[in-house]
Structures are given as structure tokens and as C-alpha cells.
Design a protein. Sequence first.
Length: 135
Amino acid sequence: FKSGGFAVSILTNLSDVEREPLLYGACFVQQSLPVNTEYVLHRAVDETVEVPSVYIGVYQSLEAGVKAKVACDESGGLICDAMGIRFNLVFAGETTFMMIPQGTDLKQGDPVKFMVRDGKAWGVVYKSRVFPRKE
């Protein structure tokens, strides 16, 4: 969009506002596409996480007051308990996963990206927040 002189910035005075539909809607309109065009940010990849223990731990944001616990389930897949919901963490490549609520047929979920240093995640990025590892 740089060459076309187009930029989008969405500012809110509320936390946890879904900004993506507004952002992508504006981009679609600029490209003469219908405002409700479907988009996929991340896709599940047909790979397994080599060392799931890199991500296991408790992550907490004091600002948002949210705590997330990442663990392995019986099959070795990663799960996350946060906000009173259990999510499957579906691998999307590198250190990115999609959070898909268990018991749903969803194929897409909110992306989370783990920040890894020296073979261990020190934090996870969810939307606009970084949740540092506490345990």
C-alpha cells in the first residue's frame, strides 16, 4: 500500500476491541473488493511441534489481568486454559499457533506468537499484548 499512498490506523479507547474487521474492511474497499471479503491470517501447517516443552508454562499480563496456562494434552498436543476456556493450540509455523476453543468446529482461531530465546518461550503475543512467562 506504500506505493499507492494508503495507510490505515485504528485507535480505540477500549481494550479488547476487534480491530481486524475494520482494518481489513478498509483495505478491501481500497482494492475495490467487497468489505466483507473473507481473509485468512494463518493456516494450520501439516507439521508437528518438535519440542512442545519450549512453550509449556504460565503466562500472565498484569495490565489485562489475564492468566494463560499452556500444557500438553494426552496426545502430546498443546492446549491453553485462559479466560475460563480451554483452547487447542494448532501449529501455524515457526512459533505461531491458532487458539481454537475445544468442542467447536472452527478451523480458524486467534493467532498467538511465542517469543523464544535460548530454547524457551519467555512470552507470548496475543493481539496487542505481550504476556510474559511467569512459571
